[in-house]
Structures are given as structure tokens and as C-alpha cells.
Design a protein around this ligand. Structure first.
Ligand SMILES: *[C@@H]1O[C@H](CO)[C@@H](O)[C@H](O)[C@H]1NC(C)=O
Ligand SMILES: *[C@@H]1O[C@H](CO)[C@@H](O)[C@H](O)[C@H]1NC(C)=O
Ligand SMILES: *[C@@H]1O[C@H](CO)[C@@H](O)[C@H](O)[C@H]1NC(C)=O
Ligand SMILES: *[C@@H]1O[C@H](CO)[C@@H](O)[C@H](O)[C@H]1NC(C)=O
Ligand SMILES: [Cu+2]
Length: 650
């Protein structure tokens, strides 16, 4: 056995010092015999019967700016973030936007040293889509699975990935995701376990969508009240690039056009394209590629039987894999992304990238399509806003795609557990501001764009973060609550809501939009699992939904189960609840742990639209890693201090 070592140089006042760091103490004994592989080594072709790799990444997080000095030097272009050509501050990873790509094969181990060098800002990174079964401590949810990583310290995430798919990573704390803390996380299968392996020649293109503000996003939390209300994004970026409507005037040398991402294909090739929606705000994104059909093969990493469509709608947290065959004339084509919902209303927000055939022009010869051109383009839409997918409508809803393999146990008529979970906003403005501004209460809220002050609830309660992580520090249990058990709860009820679930139970969740607000289709994401989507539905025209409505939905659902009408419900980990609608999902609770389920819109989950599903108990979990960081309140009784210091407070 030989120790790994990492040499590095440090230049200090002209003296070059050479260090050799032994990494043994950093990584557990099991690993010390194996060689760490670099990002490039891990992004190999995946083969059957190959030894898995231990893939190492370093994430350096700091405040940074777009169009900074690195942009003036060709040699440092890799540290130049252009964004949409507007100068602003962000908190990116390794001075890249999106952050470094993690591309591994299933069963590889991912080891990431996250160095927080952003003073005053905490960090956690969630690996969205990775189940973390056996690695429950690395899910990246602050105060659920770990303490936030304080500035000037480093935390090592270390987990094996056992589920393949198009995933991504993003900040799970505050609003930092919107300031550039995200990147792709692609886990590929070897040929024998990829059911779609024969359908594509190339697997290289990632379309990474994010929304973008022209100030640090925290400026908008709780939000402005006198002008520019709400939390609408300013722009959409595709792989970190885009054109801006608000060009900045650097020394009067206007930057009118940001750079656009260009994807190159060869005529005749079939590409597996991985689309990732990493938005934070409430807009959805509709993608279309001129003249090309898009054949969907997976959603959120869950394989489905191929389905051709023309437009793909996603909300934050969702991913779609599709096949594009370069079967058109050698030319360049617009990839058009429309912002939907709030981004449509008045802004008609859109963004572009370019699909260039080798030998074709770098810039499309046709003019950029307008928002209306995109809107009016004919064709089948995947994941439409209104979930009215039926025989009369060609559109494809997520529950209509057919999964590849379903555990028959999930199809049983009566689940072992059923949880009915409404969500809505508690509107302080409606109840009088006395509640919000009562003395010494300091309640959480955000300012919506209609001048109202809101908190978000899920299962009747606005989730409140405890002072210690639920998974690792049982003292945090004091702040936990269950619906109808909490006695000292005043409206709006806020506490750390936990739903207990028995290990290996078949769990059914019915999530519904109890009090719909225009343009809002909330996407719910479950950590630790893939669930099967049984039903997605909507009451039209949208109206408030009562428990009686849901009881009828359950009746119908039960009938369909009895008649064997659900064949292969597809797997997903994020599901968009249509405006005034509902989704019925099921999973087998075979991954013990404390798993967050939440609306993926940043301002909603930050103000309470989330809760924790606890699966199994402590004995079902691997031991807490040695020396795992702790955090908690420190509010000693004064007399203990008196004894300690030997003096008396009055
Ligand atoms: C940096 O580059 C920009 C754009 O090319 C140019 O206008 C500016 O003068 C350069 N700044 C410096 C300090 O060289
Ligand atoms: C944009 O909003 C208008 C008005 O509500 C609607 O008719 C149109 O379908 C929307 N466009 C998209 C792409 O959703
Ligand atoms: C909140 O309540 C106020 C006052 O009743 C109302 O004007 C506003 O539309 C409500 N906002 C939301 C988002 O429900
Ligand atoms: C829907 O529910 C909201 C929140 O409880 C309430 O303010 C609103 O009045 C309800 N709307 C109708 C039409 O009942
Ligand atoms: Cu929401």
C-alpha cells in the first residue's frame, strides 16, 4: 500500500516552497489504497465489468463577478464568467457558470471537497437525483442532514452513486442557487443496463437552463415593497450564457449581445441530449429546436419508452433526456427557450442557443424567432402547463409516459400508508398586519408581487428550520412537530414538520394545490427516492380544492388500481402540480433516513413549503461519520456561567 500525495506550490515573497500533503487522514482507510481519479478520467465511456472509480473534485466557492478582469486575458478565459453580458456579483463554484461538470459511471464514488471561501455565507450542496442510500449524511440539506458549511471551512462529500441518470447539484441554502451555485451531475450506465443504448451514437450535449437576476438574489428576500416587487428573474441562461435585454454600459462600450452556447453535431448522428432545469424562481421553461423532433427517453433519470415530441416544458428540478437525430440540411438551427408563467405575462422572456451542423454556418441564416413564433410553433408538447392530457389532446403529460420496470408491489390497491398533503400560502395581509408585525414576533415572510406578505405551508404547517440537523443531532427533536399533535401552534403554524414512515412500506402521497394562484404550477421534489407518478390532474377552471374533492380523486384512483389500469407508471423525483391540481405518487420506503420533500421554487421552500419524511429509525442508518460537524443553540442558564467564571451577573 502506498499513500497518495498531492504536491502543490506556494509562492511567498519570492520563495518557492514545496509541500507534500499526505491525504490519508482526509479519506477513510478503505479508500487509501485506491487511486483518486480526476474529472476527466471519470468522464470515460462506461463499460460492463469495469472497476468503479473514486472521482475527486474540488469546489471552491467565493464571491465573484461576471465580466471581471480574467475576461481581458486570453490565458485566463477559463476564469471569465460572461453570463448574459451584464456585470454583477455571483457566488459560483471554481469561477465557472455552471459549475464543474461531474460525469461518472454508475457505482463510481464521488468525493467533493467543498471549500467555502465566501465570508458571511453558509454553503451546502445537494446532489439532486442521487438516492444516497448508505450515504444519508451527504444529502446536503442544512439542518436536516448536516450543519451548513461555515465560511473559511471545507466539508467533504463522499458517496457512491448507485442510480444512473441526468442529475445536477445545487446549493440548498438561502437563495444561493440563483447566484450560480449549480452544475450538471451525469451518471451513465454501461451498455448492458442502459435500455436506450442502441438509440444514440453520442452522449455529450447538456442543455443546462438557469434563471438569472441582475443583482444578488438575497436582495429579493424578503423582497422589495416600493418598486420592482416580487421575485421574477431578469433572464434565462443556457449553459451559463445568453443575450440580455439590459446591456451594461462599460465605458460607454455597450455590450449588446452576450455570447450564445453553440452545440455542434454531424449530419446523420443521433445525440442523447440531457436537459436540466436549474431555475429558482416560479417560471417554467419551454424548449424547442427548430426543425427537429425530440424523442423523450428518460425523465429525472427514470427511463421511459421512447416518445417523440416537439416542445419540452420543464420546471425547476426536472430533467429530460431526449434523442435528437441530425437529419436536417447542413445548417444552423435556433434552440429557443421560452419562459412561461410569470416570465410570459408581461416580459415574454426568452433565450437562445445554436445547434450547428458541422460544415454549416456558425449563426443561423433565419432570423431569431420571436416569442410569438415559439408560442405558435405547431407540435406536441411534453409536460404542458394544464394537465389536460387525454384522448382529445396530443400533448404528453409526465404520467402518460410508460416506465420500463415497475415493482408490482407498488400497484397494490391499498398502500401501507397514504399521506394527503395540501399546500397553500398563509397571507398575512389578509389577516391584518398585526400578526406579522406584532411586537417581538419577527415572523418569516416574503413580499409577493401583489404587495401581500406570505409564508408558504405544506401539510398545514410552514416548515421552520431547527438549530441542529435532525439526522445527526437528536437534540433538534425538540423543535419537531407532527400535524394535529402540536398543541402550542398559532396561525400560521410554524415548526419542523416530520412525517414518520415505516421502513419498506409502500407509501402513497397525494399532493394538491389547495388555493391556486394564477401562473403557479409548483414542482415538488422528494429527496432519497424515485417515486412512480400514478396520476396528475387538475380541476378546471381552477378553484380551491377541498378534502372532499380529493376523496373523489382517491375513489377514482382506487378503481383504476382495482381494474389494473395503471401498467407501468413512470419514475421521477420531481413532479409539477398543475395550477389547482394534484398528483398521486408512490414509492417503496426502502431507503432509511430523513428526506426532505419540498416545492422546488426557492422562495416557497425557504418560507415553509417543505417537510421531512423520516423513514425507519436510527438503527436502520449507518453510523454518523467520525467527527461529523455539529451545530446548535448555546443559551446556557446564567447561573452556570456564574459558576464557571466565578463572578455574578446581576
Ligand atoms: C478589458 O477588455 C475590454 C473589452 O475588450 C476593454 O474595453 C477594456 O479596455 C479592457 N480593460 C483593460 C483594463 O484592459
Ligand atoms: C402566454 O400568456 C398568454 C396569455 O395568458 C397565453 O395565451 C399564452 O398561451 C402564453 N404562452 C405560453 C407559451 O404559455
Ligand atoms: C392577500 O390578501 C390581500 C388582502 O386580502 C389580497 O389583496 C391579496 O390578493 C392576497 N394575496 C395572495 C397572494 O393571496
Ligand atoms: C381559497 O382559499 C384561500 C386561502 O384559504 C382563501 O383566501 C380564498 O378566499 C379561497 N377562495 C375561494 C373562492 O373560496
Ligand atoms: Cu411552490
Amino acid at each position: 500500500m502506498h499513500p497518495d500525495f498531492i504536491p502543490f506550490f506556494s509562492i511567498s515573497q519570492g520563495v518557492v516552497i514545496f509541500y507534500v500533503l499526505f491525504t490519508i487522514p482526509l479519506i477513510n482507510a478503505q479508500l487509501s489504497c485506491s487511486q483518486l481519479s480526476s474529472a476527466e478520467e471519470c468522464a470515460r465511456d462506461c463499460r460492463d465489468n469495469e472497476e468503479p472509480k473514486d472521482c475527486y473534485y474540488r469546489f471552491h466557492i467565493e464571491f465573484y463577478t461576471t465580466l471581471g478582469p480574467a475576461c481581458n486575458y486570453t490565458a485566463f478565459r477559463n476564469q471569465c464568467i460572461v453570463g448574459d453580458g451584464f456585470e454583477k456579483t455571483l457566488i459560483p463554484i471554481n469561477r465557472q457558470l455552471p459549475g464543474p461538470l461531474i460525469k461518472v459511471c454508475v457505482n463510481d464514488r464521488i468525493i467533493v471537497d467543498v471549500e467555502n471561501a465566501a465570508p458571511g455565507n453558509e454553503v451546502t450542496i445537494h446532489w439532486h437525483g442521487i438516492f444516497q442510500n448508505g450515504y444519508q449524511y451527504y444529502d446536503g440539506v442544512p439542518y436536516v442532514t448536516q450543519c451548513p458549511i461555515p465560511s473559511s471551512s471545507t466539508f467533504t462529500y463522499n458517496f457512491k452513486v448507485k442510480n444512473s441518470g441526468t442529475h445536477f447539484y445545487h446549493s440548498h441554502i438561502s437563495t444561493h442557487m440563483l447566484d450560480g451555485q449549480y452544475g450538471g451531475l451525469i451518471v451513465r450506465d454501461p451498455p448492458s443496463t442502459d435500455p436506450h443504448y442502441q438509440l444514440f451514437d453520442k452522449d455529450e450535449i447538456i442543455i443546462f437552463l438557469s434563471d438569472w437576476m441582475h443583482e444578488l438574489s438575497i436582495e429579493r428576500y424578503p423582497g422589495w415593497y416600493r418598486h420592482d416587487l416580487g421575485q421574477t428573474a431578469k433572464n434565462i441562461l443556457i449553459n451559463g450564457l445568453g443575450q440580455s435585454r439590459e446591456p451594461i454600459d462599460i465605458n460607454k462600450g455597450q455590450i449588446t449581445n452576450g455570447l450564445l452556447t453553440e452545440y455542434t453535431v454531424k449530419k446523420g448522428e443521433r445525440h442523447r441530449i440531457r436537459l436540466i432545469n436549474s431555475f429558482s424562481t416560479v417560471c417554467l421553461a419551454e424548449l424547442r429546436i427548430e426543425e427537429h423532433e425530440l424523442v423523450i427517453i428518460a425523465q429525472d433519470g427514470g427511463n421511459v419508452k421512447p416518445k417523440p415530441v416537439d416542445k419540452i416544458i420543464t420546471s425547476t428540478g426536472e430533467r429530460v433526456d431526449f434523442i435528437l437525430t441530425a437529419n436536417q440540411d447542413v445548417d444552423s438551427y435556433w434552440i429557443q427557450v421560452l419562459g412561461l408563467g410569470e416570465c410570459n405575462e408581461t416580459l415574454r422572456m426568452q433565450q437562445f442557443a445554436i445547434l450547428q451542423y458541422e460544415g454549416g454556418p456558425t449563426w443561423p441564416t433565419r432570423p431569431q424567432p420571436s416569442y410569438a413564433d415559439g408560442e405558435n410553433a405547431k407540435g406536441v408538447t411534453y409536460n404542458p402547463l394544464e394537465s389536460t392530457c387525454d384522448a382529445n389532446n396530443a400533448d404528453v403529460c409526465v404520467n402518460q409516459l410508460e416506465g420500463i420496470d415497475v415493482d408490482p408491489e407498488l400497484l397494490k390497491v391499498n398502500p401501507d400508508e397514504r399521506h394527503i398533503l395540501p399546500f397553500w400560502f398563509f397571507n398575512y395581509t389578509q389577516y391584518g398586519d398585526g400578526i406579522l408585525f406584532g411586537s417581538d414576533t419577527y415572523r418569516t415572510f416574503f413580499d409577493a408581487n401583489d404587495f401581500s406578505q406570505l409564508v408558504s405551508t405544506f401539510d398545514e404547517i410552514a416548515y421552520e428550520t431547527p438549530a441542529s440537523p435532525l439526522l445527526t443531532q437528536p437534540r433538534s427533536y425538540r423543535t419537531m412537530c407532527k400535524k394535529n399533535v402540536q398543541n402550542s401552534c398559532t396561525e400560521p403554524c410554524t415548526c419542523a414538520q416530520v412525517i414518520n414512515t415505516k421502513l419498506n412500506n409502500i407509501v402513497e402521497l397525494i399532493i394538491y394545490d389547495a388555493a391556486p394562484l394564477p401562473e403557479l404550477h409548483h414542482p415538488f421534489h422528494l429527496h432519497g427516492y424515485e417515486f412512480k407518478v400514478f396520476t396528475v390532474g387538475q380541476f378546471l377552471p381552477s378553484r380551491n380544492i377541498s378534502r372532499a374533492d380529493i376523496d373523489k380523486v382517491i375513489e377514482k384512483h382506487t378503481e383504476r388500481l382495482q381494474n389494473g389500469e395503471y401498467e407501468n407508471p413512470p419514475g421521477k423525483d420531481t413532479v409539477k402540480i398543475p395550477l389547482g391540481g394534484y398528483a398521486i405518487i408512490r414509492f417503496k420506503a426502502d431507503n432509511p433516513g430523513w428526506w426532505l420533500i419540498h416545492c422546488h421554487f426557492t422562495w416557497h421552500h425557504l418560507t415553509g413549503m417543505e417537510l421531512v419524511i423520516r423513514v425507519g429509525d436510527e438503527d436502520d442508518l449507518p453510523p454518523v461519520p467520525y467527527d461529523f460537524p455539529e451545530c446548535s443553540n448555546w443559551t446556557p442558564a446564567l447561573h452556570t456561567l456564574n459558576t464557571f467564571y466565578g463572578f455574578r451577573y446581576p
